[in-house]
Write a protein that binds this ligand. Structure first.
Ligand code: ADP
Length: 157
């Protein structure tokens, strides 16, 4: 059976930490759907379209990229999969992820969330840090793919 996982997030913008989770997810699942959350409370720097575009330019053919608003469980049902993929960095991630997966299970008991632990290289990497470093003019080439570096620099000009 073809196993698909949805990897939801804000991805504002996608980082090498996210890409590591996608690539490792592809060792478990046959394909991954990266799902950009549109109406994030986080007030993203990039529009959903821009975030989708940057992800598309960073992944291979086994990865589909889309966006959604509203409930993740509804999006997953539409995509015909009950598997969610998430990354886990520190204890601080754990608390939030634990709450979310319990809430999702209440909404849809068949849903399963698969967590992949971050590679220690990416332990402290997140989108906010990348944006802050870029704003300050630091070199971010080891944190994001080339296309993201270019788009981010342009955005902050
Ligand atoms: P969200 O707003 O849903 O947290 P993010 O874009 O910040 O969206 O993250 C999406 C997913 O990717 C989350 O599961 C998060 O834990 C994971 N993630 C983000 N950065 C990393 C990283 N450096 N290493 C591993 N997982 C990560």
């Amino acid at each position: 059976m073809h196993k698909v996982a949805v990897y939801p997030g804000t991805f504002d913008p996608i980082t090498n930490g996210h890409l590591d989770i996608i690539n490792r997810g592809l060792e478990i699942f046959d394909s991954v759907i990266v799902a950009v959350l549109e109406n994030a409370k986080k007030k993203p720097l990039f529009s959903a379209e821009e975030r989708v575009e940057m992800i598309r330019n960073s992944v291979d053919r086994r990865t589909e990229v889309g966006s959604f608003s509203g409930l993740l469980v509804d999006y997953m049902k539409k995509k015909n999969t009950r598997f969610e993929l998430r990354g886990m960095r520190a204890m601080s991630d754990f608390d939030y992820e634990f709450q979310m997966s319990i809430a999702n299970k209440k909404l849809w008991p068949e849903m399963e969330t698969v967590f992949i632990m971050t590679d220690q290289k990416y332990l402290y990497l997140n989108s906010s840090l990348v944006k802050e470093l870029a704003r300050l003019g630091a070199d971010i080439s080891e944190f994001v793919p080339k296309n993201v570096e270019t788009v981010l620099k342009k955005k902050l000009q």
